[in-house]
Design a protein around this ligand. Structure first.
Ligand code: VGL
Ligand code: ZN
Length: 240
């Protein structure tokens, strides 16, 4: 009887571990995003590719990778950087300050950018060729005139939420795969906030491109690793 119970306990523990262990691995050790996983496509907008107002080197190269990835996901979420004209993150809003310098705003340090991704302009539209017919939600961010929002989850004041965490939780999403632009700003901040909100979080490196301002890319990967964000390639996902 005792033995039997112990055996039972042991097998339950084993089963429990297996059931909990994220991620779901397909044969060959590939990741298999299931119904509780979502692909988050961050800011793949004209502003961030060649011809845009804040082009990220090689930014358009993420498009075919993301299009392929999206076919492996049941849930796809898209974000857009969506600034008001004269937004506080624009250097042009601060006399005497140049793009790519930093200033102190009431909520903290802010990099100043060229005017970019202004609401409703062609510059802020999603890149043509991005094919996400199954996308379920577009979340726009950075629309508060005085506060930036790199993250899809939380504005730069680190208080005002966008509602994305609540939406994902309400829909039973447990795992997110973050892609898009730029690796070291909106992708990293979104991934870190996803992790902090309790989601199992992957960044698909070859589905991102970086700005890399003063070592920001290495710093972002370091911080993400420290917080348990997993760095993968699109080829790690089954069928991609
Ligand atoms: C971003 C800088 C300014 C991004 C947005 O999408 O990474 N970077 N606004
Ligand atoms: Zn922006």
């Amino acid at each position: 009887m005792t033995l039997h119970r112990r055996t039972l306990l042991r097998s339950t523990a084993t089963l429990g571990l297996a059931a909990l262990a994220p991620p779901l691995l397909a044969a060959g050790g590939k990741l298999r995003p299931g119904a509780s996983a979502a692909l988050i496509v961050v800011d793949v907008q004209n502003c961030f590719v060649d011809g845009g107002t804040l082009p990220v080197k090689g930014g358009a190269e993420v498009v075919p990778v993301i299009n392929r990835l999206a076919k492996a996901f049941r849930n796809v979420i898209v974000t857009q950087d969506w600034h008001t004209p004269g937004h506080a993150s624009f250097a042009s809003a601060h006399a005497g300050h140049k793009p790519f310098s930093s200033i102190r705003l009431p909520y903290g340090e802010q990099v100043l950018w060229p005017d970019h991704c202004v609401q409703g302009t062609p510059d802020a539209a999603l890149v043509e060729g991005l094919e996400l017919p199954t996308a379920q939600l577009i979340i726009r961010k950075g629309y508060n005139p005085g506060v930036d929002s790199y993250s899809a989850f939380q504005e730069a004041d680190r208080k005002t939420v966008t509602g994305l965490a609540g939406y994902l939780k309400a829909r039973g999403i447990k795992t997110v795969y973050v892609t898009g632009l730029a690796t070291d700003f909106c992708v990293a901040w979104s991934a870190l906030d996803a992790r902090a909100a309790g989601f199992e979080t992957y960044v698909v490196e070859d589905a991102t491109r970086a700005i890399d301002l003063n070592g920001s890319l290495a710093a972002a990967w370091k911080q993400m690793a420290a917080k348990g964000v997993r760095r993968i390639q699109s080829s790690d996902v089954e069928g991609v």
